[in-house]
Design a protein around this ligand. Sequence first.
Ligand SMILES: *Cc1c(COP(=O)(O)O)cnc(C)c1O
Length: 426
Amino acid sequence: MAYSIQQSESLFKRAQLSIPGGVNSPVRAFKSVGGNPIFMKSAKGADMYDADGNQYIDYISSWGPMILGHGYKDVVEAIQQKVGEAISFGAPSEMEIMMAELIVSMAPNVDLIRMVSSGTEACMSAIRLARGYTGKNKIIKFDGCYHGHADAFLVKAGSGLATFNIQAVPGVTGGVASDTLVAPYNDYEAVEKLVNENDGQIAAIIIEPVAGNMGCILPKPGFLESLRKLCTEKKIVFVFDEVMTGFRLAAGGAQQVLGIDADLVTYGKVIGGGMPVGAFGGKKEIMQHIAPLGNVYQAGTLSGNPVAMTAGFTTLSILKNNPNIYKELEQKTTQLNEGLHKTLTAKGIAHTINQKGSMISVHFGAHAVTSFETAAKCEISLFNKFFHHMLSSGIYLPPSAYESWFLNNALSSSDIEKTIEAVSKF
Ligand SMILES: *Cc1c(COP(=O)(O)O)cnc(C)c1O
């Protein structure tokens, strides 16, 4: 049967009448890859099903959270049971302590942790805390890294903005933007220069320890180590944005895998098991400045929501108790990596594949991709064609050349073979 997306097309027409651009988050709109978004109806295991009944092998896993696969039995049952008890209290409950204790037991350098409802909130609050704690105003971020859509971060912010070629965001004041300094990823000298030029004014350096918002980009050996040393010397708070890498690269995230200590860590995505959850945590010395212990104010009506905590707690417990999951995920991703490389090479298509654990991306270009600049030099238009070819072959990739792919552990070896076979027909 021919690939038909009639229902999606009509839903998209209808959506645009009541939702800006028809979507609730811009990258879903397919604007960069062209065409119209596919509307999903259900998902199970490694597959998603759209409104027309088409089946797709899912390589975004809700941008990470569905790491165990869709509809994972234990998670679904735990949520169902919790909903029967309560949906929300607006008062403390034991599930929040269980969640905090679990994360403290999994993540290095987290003595105290505060729950929020998104990665954006987590990063925004971590920076406010770093400023409140140090009494300094400026922050350094990296070109191509995304830390959510709070004002301070919408400067050279990777995938979302790059996808739409947005240079400066209307609505972000010059004052806010001028407190955010930007260095190229993997360029330590540039950071050192910024720190020296702004001596005594840098509150925090925030980084994706493995970048996922300009495709997948790995830190060069020594880069994070040097930043760690610089932060310690200059009393700068080193913030690891582990919204993507946390609980994905390992139970203890990038800190554990790379062996680097952060002062503050932010989480999102996997931490909620598919529910809206984020968190920021770190050393007690810093975290104790958060209200009500300290004066750095931060709050949330639905923070620590019992149903969301249950989804996150169940997912994280499974990951903690089954370290094999990470080995399996990495094996599957390596199988994909090798298959893609072999097939694209046979077809004479220049490419660079970056992979860390179950994060992977294909850049169409022969050069090494180590920064936003090098990522942007790839053939974006070829990726867009590739995306649509894969989509109509039943493979759902991120609809942007600037996004990492995220594997889930429901993917089977034969799913990956099917994926490679679709690539061979490109
Ligand atoms: C997705 C993401 C965020 C923002 O999280 P939201 O839950 O979308 O607000 C922040 N940082 C990184 C590294 C991300 O990938």
